[in-house]
Ligand binder design. Structure first.
Ligand code: GFB
Length: 331
């Protein structure tokens, strides 16, 4: 990617898309277009980015977007995302919206000869009984975790679509599989959020109310790996900036898998996470576990050696990331 190449970031008002735009602006890319679904963020109002409102589930809209914008590179960060409860409650919307968005964009990127596309996936693509840490080669080796199977199937379809287009059409479409992400512009709605923002909000509320306890869903024993979204954005721009020969050798040309894991390589239990957030927020009460809520998959730690060999590793420690995210939430 050259600094003046036209780069389209789809999903710019989401946590990941907004972090990618911040990273690109910081690195001096100066021909940026971002699509958003309902409104742009306050932080984006003065950014040197052309913002376009678009419903990316609509095929005609995406066709017109590519015909008029003609981007050289695309970051596909637009998606319907949510935590365990949202995935379990709205499975039809999770599979439909994600399949529609990614199908429309990946196909249009091929039609309009986009040089590189980066598809954002998720660590939930791996089977529920995958050996830990999970390697890229474990994809499609077993059954999926039921709480997010429709979302995972959509993300697997996105990977396979990128690989099929690379194989048949010689495109350079790649994908990144992040572990559980958190950071600024996360969703803090208790019904639809992931665990980390949910617990920041719950502990903060309990501290304000002088409540004696905070309720944690599930048993607290599942293990999760958490990556700050600024690290994720940096990894995404790193992958898109790889020299052609490296990208082709490792990702973008068939038969190599087009995707790479992005994580920290370390995980913790939900109980340990809760205690870290409790400390950061300064809540003095106790934790209560509600085991009538689902635990989801017992563990999903990513093997990040492939990405490390390419030359990138995470740099934001979890306790520091939680403190800065809490500061952001307070503002
Ligand atoms: O982050 P989370 O919603 O999703 O939940 P997954 C992780 C763990 O935290 C589960 C527990 O064991 C939850 O039961 N948990 C405890 C809570 N308290 C809470 C709470 O207040 N809110 C939430 N949300 N969880 C998602 C997938 O799985 O991971 C998505 O559903 C996606 O598809 C994402 O892949 C990365 O980690 O279980």
């Amino acid at each position: 990617m050259n600094k003046s190449d036209k780069i389209l970031v789809a999903g710019v008002s989401g946590m990941v898309g907004s972090a990618i735009i911040r990273n690109l602006v910081k690195k001096g890319f100066n021909n940026l277009v971002g699509t958003y679904h309902s409104s742009i963020l306050e932080e984006q109002k003065n950014m040197p980015v052309r913002h376009l409102k678009a419903d990316l589930t609509n095929q005609a809209t995406v066709k017109e977007l590519f015909e008029t914008q003609r981007p050289a590179h695309v970051f596909l960060a637009a998606a319907r995302v949510g935590g365990i409860h949202a995935n379990n409650t709205y499975p039809a919307q999770f599979i439909h919206d994600n399949l529609a968005i990614q199908t429309n964009i990946i196909h249009s990127a091929y039609v309009h000869k986009v040089e590189r596309l980066l598809f954002l996936g998720s660590s939930c693509i791996y089977p529920k009984n995958t050996p830990q840490p999970m390697k890229e080669e474990h994809l499609l080796t077993g059954i999926l975790e039921p709480t997010n199977e429709p979302y995972a199937v959509a993300k697997i379809a996105g990977i396979k679509m990128c690989e099929a287009y690379n194989r048949q059409y010689g495109t350079r479409f790649m994908a990144v599989m992040p572990t559980n992400l958190y950071g600024p512009n996360d969703n803090f709605d208790l019904d639809t959020s992931h665990v980390l923002p949910a617990l920041i909000r719950k502990f903060h509320q309990a501290k304000q109310d002088n409540a004696p306890t905070v309720t944690i869903w599930g048993t607290g024993s599942p293990m999760r790996e958490f990556l700050h979204v600024d690290d994720m954005a940096d990894a995404s721009v790193f992958i898109m900036s790889l020299p052609d020969s490296t990208a082709d050798r490792h990702l973008a040309s068939y038969p190599s898998p087009c995707f790479v894991n992005v994580g920290t390589g370390t995980d913790c239990t939900i109980k340990e996470l809760a205690l870290t957030i409790k400390r950061a927020v300064g809540f003095k009460g106790d934790l209560v576990f509600n085991s009538s809520k689902p635990d989801g998959i017992s563990r999903k730690l990513l093997d990040v050696s492939r990405l490390e060999k390419l030359g990138w590793s995470a740099s934001i420690p979890l306790d520091q990331g939680i403190r800065s995210t809490y500061d952001w939430f307070m503002k």
